[in-house]
Design a protein around this ligand. Sequence first.
Ligand code: UGA
Length: 452
Amino acid sequence: MKVCVIGVGYVGLVTGVCLAEVGHNVICVDKEKSKISSLSEGVCPIYEIGLKELIKRNLNEKNITFTSNLTEAIKSQDIIFICVGTPPLPNGKPDLTALDDVSKLIGSCLNGYKIIVNKSTVPIGTAKRVKKIIKENAKEESNKNGSPIFDIVSNPEFLKEGEAVNDAFFPERIVIGSESQKAIEIMKQLYKPIINQDFDYAIKNSKNTRKKIPVIITDSTSSELIKYASNAFLATKISFINEVANICERVGANVVDVTYGMGLDSRIGSKYLKAGIGWGGSCFPKDVRALAFTAEEYGAVASILNAVIQVNNYQRYRIIQKAMDILGIIEDKIIGVLGIAFKPDTDDTREAPSITIINKFLELGAEVKAYDPVIKKCPEEMDDKVIIAKDVYEAVKNADLLILVTEWPEFSDIDFNKVKSEMKRPNIIDGRNMLDKKQLTEIGFNYRGIGI
Ligand code: UGA
């Protein structure tokens, strides 16, 4: 099938490449010309496991092309995915400028029946908004036989950064929200190889017995809400366990054991129940805020969502409090930080806890040296007084305190005897409960975890 993906950000690129891999003809469009020219040469702009190889293969096999010519791409393809950015405005509401502009252009380019798919996480009601804009800009509303010239579908993504290719090929569900039966049937055709798990990559790489992927058919508004409610629920689980972790610290319980005991109850489940420094990234913070905003806009009460955000902000502040407990005055202290990315296996630093924490320590007058296996320069939102260390041992040299912020797997292999000998004082805050408390204590570290 002929697919156009507008916006080659994280979601658009993974969606386009994966649809090409399962056999569709895909054109990816972006206004950033430099990105398009490097993608055309097989250079992947993001760090995402397996994506680079898929881009190269599908370019070679001519299943995918990258262009900046949006009008041509819309005209030549039948299914148009909108994957443009919807960054948050200062009031928490997503900025829909790019989405509106693209919708206007799609309207003016309609030259035959097309399906317009909202893949970006967009505010509830956006499918209807896009439909209205396209209608206003289209030359005709229907074909000669009276059938509509386009239909709108909401088809949210559930991709986790670092596992996006895997999530795209082996999703837990596919949600198709539309008021048009015709569009729903075409979308089912588009996803048929993924639904049936019978494309080459699945046959070669599926870890489980291949079984059909559930498809949820619903109206466009419910589909939009499925996305927000899913992210908000996961964020709620994390904030919940972080609150429990803080109670554990007060009463002398161990949150790791508590979580294990809770998670074995299949009604609760152990996933997204790891206590730590709190959630970050480009999705949870934006989506929880946006859902709370929508609730308030429509006169619904968002007490849980607001509490979830509050607990998460507090969780970052807890690290500062713990550091103050250990060090007293922070000014002139040297703090080593392990991990800058908002989570492992990604180079994304958007709303990363590292930013809030490092900026606060710098503001309090500490010297901060941070090491991340992938991030080699100071992120834009981070105070550039931070020193980006070339390895763990440089980050901890002469440090009064070491804080583990991101649980990169390689941090399990650190030689903590060597770390201790490099540090001025052997203090460690393990913000992800990743390290072995017993072993570190035996070496002589003053170890603090989260809720343990
Ligand atoms: C999240 C969702 O998991 C995806 O399903 C969704 O498609 C995506 O947002 C999106 O809306 O695009 P992502 O932001 O990539 O994916 O990250 P996650 O792996 O879900 O982690 C989010 C945050 O929660 C991270 O900061 C992570 O460190 C934190 N986390 C996660 C915890 O603190 N504890 C946990 O137990 C799990």
